[in-house]
Design a protein around this ligand. Structure first.
Ligand SMILES: [Zn+2]
Length: 324
């Protein structure tokens, strides 16, 4: 790959990886690039040219956020705390970090107690700008069973994966009618995936309008959801999916939360499994923990094969071919 230094010593010209003759200008000082990928995603992601020039030795918000999400998913509390600590330094983006923690509890927490605490703690940290509650939340999530190890979690992943494939054309009223008729979690989620657009309050309204019986757990969840700062829960597939799944009678646990202790480390290197190529670029790409339905099915297969979910375990062809 030819790199040509331009007049400004911080600007380097890099050839396109795919189109011969096309070049982009990478600014080492500003950490910007003129390629389409960078222009589209802006400062949230490192493009391959920036990564090439900077030697893969830098992190930005997207990398750190991806690291936090994967660490939580893999239940690696030490890693997760490090990523959180780095993210928290970016004061302007703290609301994103708080939002990310809420989303994670819905995506990966999978029990009502954790989801409620996640919303309360994130809202508190967001309003008071203190990191301690986020550190507590990281610990809490990491000490709860995740979807790849619990039976109810595995059932949820199977149901969601199948539901997303069908996508029945629907409207909020249709969704509400499906809930009312009691078609169950998978059909309800088929209709959810058929919606043109959605947001959390629309889903809450659809549940209300359906008149389905709401148990204490779901009721508490819905109440906290409604009280949340809009910015933290406005629209997210994980939150919406979980609310509907529960309203449709999906079996999920709601074990009470017990306290525990936590260690935090000093030095740290970003591991390859953070760079999924979807939430952030750079590093040696590893898409296994990106959180797509298909890769979550594969993670379950990997857990069943190895008896653990660890990035160090190589996924066999059988694991890559895993299906519902
Ligand atoms: Zn670029």
């Amino acid at each position: 790959m030819v790199q040509k230094e331009l007049f400004d010593p911080d600007i380097v010209e890099v050839q396109s990886h795919t189109t011969p003759g096309v070049t982009y200008k990478v600014n080492k000082r500003e950490k910007t690039c003129t390629c389409m990928a960078f222009q589209k995603r802006g400062k949230w992601a490192l493009c391959k040219h920036l990564n090439q020039v900077l030697g893969g030795n830098v992190v930005n918000y997207a990398v750190l956020s991806s690291g936090l999400v994967k660490s939580l998913r893999l239940r690696r509390v030490t890693d997760a705390q490090w990523f959180l600590k780095e993210l928290w330094k970016d004061k302007k983006q703290r609301w994103r970090t708080c939002r990310r923690m809420v989303v994670n509890a819905f995506e990966d927490g999978l029990d009502v107690a954790t989801q409620i605490v996640a919303m309360q703690e994130a809202a508190g940290a967001y309003q008071e700008r203190v990191p301690e509650t986020m550190e507590y939340l990281v610990d809490l999530i990491c000490h709860r069973e995740n979807w790849w190890q619990s039976e109810s979690g595995q059932t949820y992943i199977h149901t969601g994966t199948l539901a997303e494939r069908v996508k029945a054309q629907s409207t909020p009223a249709g969704l509400s009618a499906i809930l009312k008729a009691g078609y169950g979690p998978q059909t309800t989620l088929n209709h959810y995936y058929g919606l043109k657009s959605s947001n959390v309050s629309m889903i809450l309204d659809a549940i209300d309008a359906s008149g389905v019986s709401v148990d204490d757990d779901l009721g508490a969840l819905m109440t906290v959801c409604r009280k949340m700062p809009t910015r933290l829960v406005k629209s997210d597939e994980n939150i919406e999916c979980q609310l509907l799944y529960r309203a449709a009678g999906g079996p999920l646990s709601a074990d009470p939360i017990e306290p525990y202790a936590k260690p935090v480390p000093d030095g740290f290197k970003v591991p390859d499994w953070v760079y999924d190529g979807m939430h952030c670029g750079g590093g040696k790409r590893d898409s296994r923990f990106a959180g797509t339905w298909r890769n979550m099915i594969r993670a379950i297969a990997a857990f069943q094969h190895y008896g653990r979910l660890d990035p160090a375990d190589i996924w066999t062809q059988e694991i890559w071919d895993a299906d519902v």
